[in-house]
Design a protein around this ligand. Structure first.
Ligand SMILES: [Zn+2]
Length: 475
């Protein structure tokens, strides 16, 4: 039997407002435990929360960027559950009237554009963090994070493969970074993701039994856990077994999911409207103003790169996948206007080194002007393309200007005819067989001699001149 996979994602994103969503405490990541707290976010009796307007604005901004309808009337509800990281024993969230709903984002999967629906975007407060120290019987609690504004973005069950889930997450992250509402750093917990997955016979329109997966620390973990779970569910059905609705935990080291709790143990949150907070009437003029001020989003930017710079869609997609990368690229071409040449250097050399060193664009020492300057030096013939790669690596590692590197390392291209002729003579004398081969009509032999000259000059000889000089001298 052929199966179809059905996946839905719930993503929590911390908004980077300066203060928390219902009090004035700092939202800054880290800090001594329990130093960014006050009676409100500690959930003391008798305190009153006040909604942070910026957090509402960011939630609207996210809703608009995700093509959602923005509610004109919205409210906060209490979601009741007891866990030591939540001092109030309820979380202020949104139940039936979220700020935004019915949106979508588009992903490119297998050469096709796929639209993934967004069910809703709602605003809520984050909980604190429990610290379980190894070998100790007690746990510690840090409440710096309680009350940091979160948006929860719930997708429709439109995702059909682990690969699509991965593409969706990347696109979502990219959009949220473009509109500057969150840094989306999964390693700092500012983006978290829960997934649900089921399978059903191909062609069926009834959903199969859904399994939720938690404890996903990276986009890679999301993809791997879904691949595992897809396989596991198929095997259960093929063996004549039955799937149970449950929550499973991803074990990164073992690469498997483990059952945590079944449906019977699911929470009953007993939602009810928070009586301490006024409902929100979201003024249409305000929403329009936020919409009008949305920056260019990744899809629009990609399209512009194709039209304006004549880049292949692939290049445009890679370069616009992150705002920081795309800003780096644009600044570089503002100094050196050859979009394709710059694209090649950024995509191959720069991204290669970033990958190798595990760095993000924001962390690298290399400046866009330096890449532009290096390309100009190359055009002038001061350095060869081969040497440029060496200069580039050095710039990337040290952040030094290309001229400085070229001077320090003596990398200036040798374009002096006399000097090159001397070296050519030496190479000719040392390789009589290749010379003979070339004279007998073996074109390949010339390539070998060119190579020898490059070796002799440690790559500094002007390759074009080397070719001409050798041909001339060999008659
Ligand atoms: Zn507080």
């Amino acid at each position: 039997m052929n199966f179809e996979t059905v996946i839905g994602l719930e993503v929590h994103v911390e908004l980077f407002t300066k203060s928390k969503v219902f009090c004035g405490c700092s939202t800054e990541f880290g800090g001594e435990p329990n130093t960014h707290c006050c009676p409100v976010c500690l959930g003391m009796p008798g305190v009153l929360p006040v909604t942070n307007k910026k957090a509402v604005e960011y939630a609207i901004k996210a809703g608009l960027a995700l093509n959602c309808e923005i509610a004109s009337y919205s409210k906060f509800d209490r979601k009741n559950y007891f866990y030591p990281d939540l001092p109030k024993a309820y979380q202020i969230s949104q139940y039936d009237l979220p700020i935004a709903k019915n949106g979508y984002i588009e992903i490119e999967a297998g050469g096709k554009t796929r639209r993934i629906g967004i069910t809703r975007v709602h605003l809520e407060e984050d909980a604190g963090k429990l610290i379980h120290e190894e070998g100790k019987s007690n746990s510690l609690v840090d409440l710096n994070r309680t009350g940091v504004p979160l948006i929860e973005i719930v997708s429709e069950p439109d995702i059909r493969s682990p690969e699509e889930a991965w593409l969706y997450l990347n696109k979502l992250k990219s959009i949220l970074q473009y509109i500057e509402v969150s840094d989306c750093k999964m390693e700092e917990g500012s983006l978290r993701c829960d997934v649900n997955i089921s399978i059903r016979p191909e062609g069926s329109d009834i959903f199969g039994t859904k399994v939720e997966i938690k404890n996903l620390g990276s986009f890679k973990a999301v993809r791997r856990s879904l691949e595992y779970e897809e396989r596991r569910q198929r095997e259960v059905i093929e063996d004549g077994g039955e799937l149970v609705q449950e929550t499973r935990r991803w074990d990164e080291t073992k690469g498997i999911t483990i059952s945590m709790r079944s449906k019977e143990q699911a929470h009953d949150y007993r939602y009810f409207p928070d009586p301490d907070l006024m409902p929100m009437v979201l003024d249409r003029d305000w929403v329009c103003e936020i919409k009008a001020n949305l920056p260019e989003l990744p899809d629009a930017r990609k399209e512009r790169y194709v039209k304006e710079f004549g880049l292949p869609a692939y290049d445009a997609g890679v370069l616009t996948s992150s705002k920081a990368l795309s800003n780096f690229y644009e600044e570089c071409i503002s100094h050196y206007h050859d979009p394709k040449a710059v694209s090649n250097w950024v995509m191959v050399e720069m991204m290669g080194l970033m990958n190798e060193k595990g760095l993000e664009v924001e962390q690298i020492k290399l400046k866009p002007q330096q890449l532009a300057e290096m390309l100009r030096i190359m055009d002038k013939g001061v350095i060869s393309g081969k040497i440029a790669k060496e200069v580039f690596r050095d710039m990337f590692e040290t952040g030094k200007d290309p001229e400085v590197i070229v001077k320090e390392k003596g990398l200036v291209q040798i374009s002096d005819e006399n000097e090159l002729e001397k070296i050519a003579q030496k190479v000719i004398d040392q390789n009589p067989k290749s010379v003979q081969d070339y004279k007998n009509g073996k074109e390949k032999a010339l390539g070998f001699l060119v190579g020898q000259m490059m070796k002799e000059t440690r790559g500094k000889a002007n390759p074009q001149m080397v070719n001409e000089i050798l041909k001339k001298m060999l008659g």
